[in-house]
Write a protein that binds this ligand. Structure first.
Ligand code: KG4
Ligand code: ZN
Length: 405
């Protein structure tokens, strides 16, 4: 079975064709075509995604991607190329104006080709594609994967720019949200803190790079100054010298002790803002536009990442105990974070040796259409009939718990 999928929920426009089939104890997938256009650069000046700009870009990009795949502009053809069996499109969650662009495009294709239209849940796309073991990277020809040997229940930690949730799958395709952020998504916190540090959008990868640098350069621990935070500049007394002596950052670990799997990141974000303000005040001679030098940014990025990781370790431990999950999977854009991947893998290896960890292939961790095609294929091959019976609508806050099992 072949599915063409369209993803336009945020700032990536994706079109992909994936083939799937049943194998002895699961499903196999083969990516036939995959294209993706990121708008990140366009949104960078806003420090986040600007919905109407995203919508306009999707409208412009969809025909371009379609042409890349089929070497033809959106078809008048009666026949679908490549014998595509169905069209899947992200219906939510996401930015509604952006989602609508994908939905309108997909509807038209489904009509022209007389194929079923399958509304897809973006978070289910992240979850299912992260459970699949991929054998090749997307950059290599013929990326393929298998979904087999998954022990239920599955606990998923879905972390992205718009979402942060612990999802439990006790039965296939039946989801329960057992914990979530009470305010900001973790990706949003990464992006905002990166902006405070003067790093470009999207900030997650930038913070991660700096934090890695800090851990590499100071493997034994964080930078910590010997004296009090008097504002005295160290050594040479230069305005662009090393970290202020006496200063070391300690950010809060919000809700780490609460007896549930909910998290919160807005307080961490505010604490980061105040800590940076205080530090800047103590270094008045620094240029206003760059109050922190790279080494300091790296130390700060590391403390922020440590705070996030500490929270997720504590909450994942709680969730694994509470649910007795046999498989732990991380999905969503923030699942690309190297430190979180290592730290959570270590937690499971040390404390839950019977639990299998599955991580998404890095090339499809961020938003893309392959994950939408794979989730739609897995559902279809499992016998679920998702063909739209009514008009497909964009639903910005569509919960994964609303997915029909
Ligand atoms: O899933 P995704 O591509 O889009 C949404 O559905 O939101 O996630 C995007 C988010 C952004 O906030 C981005 O900064 C974050 O994922 N991200 C990272 C890393 N790579 C991307 N955050 C932390 N570390 C990374 N390596
Ligand atoms: Zn996403």
């Amino acid at each position: 079975m072949k599915i063409l999928a369209i993803e336009t929920s945020c700032d990536e426009t994706g079109v992909a064709v994936v083939e799937g089939e049943k194998i002895s104890d699961g499903f196999s997938f083969r990516v036939l075509k995959a294209t993706l256009l990121s708008q990140a650069k366009l949104h960078a000046p806003y420090g986040g995604v600007y919905p109407n700009l995203a919508k306009r870009e999707h409208q412009k990009n969809l025909p371009i991607l379609f042409e890349q795949i089929f070497k033809a502009t959106p078809p008048r053809a009666k026949e679908s190329p490549l014998d595509i069996d169905a069209i899947a499109v992200t219906a939510g969650p996401g930015l509604e104006p952006a989602l609508w662009q994908g939905i309108e495009f997909a509807k038209k294709l489904a009509q022209d080709w007389h194929k079923p239209l399958l509304p897809a849940n973006h978070m289910e796309g992240h979850l299912i594609s992260s459970l699949i073991r991929h054998t090749n990277k997307l950059e290599n020809v013929g990326m393929s994967g298998e979904l087999r040997g998954v022990q239920l229940p599955v606990l998923a930690l879905l972390i992205s720019g718009g979402h942060t949730e612990f999802v439990l799958m006790r039965e296939w395709f039946k989801y329960e949200v057992i914990g979530e952020t009470l305010d900001d998504a973790v990706g949003e916190a990464f992006d905002k803190v990166a902006r405070m540090l003067g790093l470009p959008y999207p900030g997650g990868p930038e913070i991660s790079k700096l934090a890695i640098q800090s851990r590499r350069e100071k493997p034994s621990g964080k930078w910590s100054g010997p004296t009090s935070p008097t504002g005295r500049l160290s050594a040479s007394g230069e305005t662009r010298g090393p970290l202020l002596e006496g200063f070391s950052w300690r950010l809060p670990r919000p809700m780490i002790k609460t007896d549930n799997c909910d998290v919160s990141f807005s307080g961490l974000k505010t604490a980061a803002l105040y800590a940076l303000r205080e530090y800047t005040k103590a270094t008045p001679s620094r240029a206003k536009e760059s109050p922190l030098i790279k080494e300091e940014k790296a130390a700060f990025a590391r403390e922020f990442e440590d705070a996030v990781a500490d929270v997720f370790v504590a909450k994942t431990r709680k969730a694994l105990i509470q649910t007795g999950a046999q498989t732990f999977v991380i999905g969503g854009g923030v699942a690309a974070n190297a430190y979180l991947r290592v730290t959570l893998q270590k937690l499971v290896a040390d404390e839950f040796p019977g639990v299998e960890v599955r991580l998404p292939e890095l090339s499809i961790t961020g938003d893309n259409a392959i994950m939408i095609a794979e989730a739609a294929l897995a559902r279809a091959l499992a016998g679920l009939d998702d063909a739209a019976k009514e008009e497909v609508r964009a639903v910005g806050n569509l919960s994964i718990a609303k997915v029909r099992p």
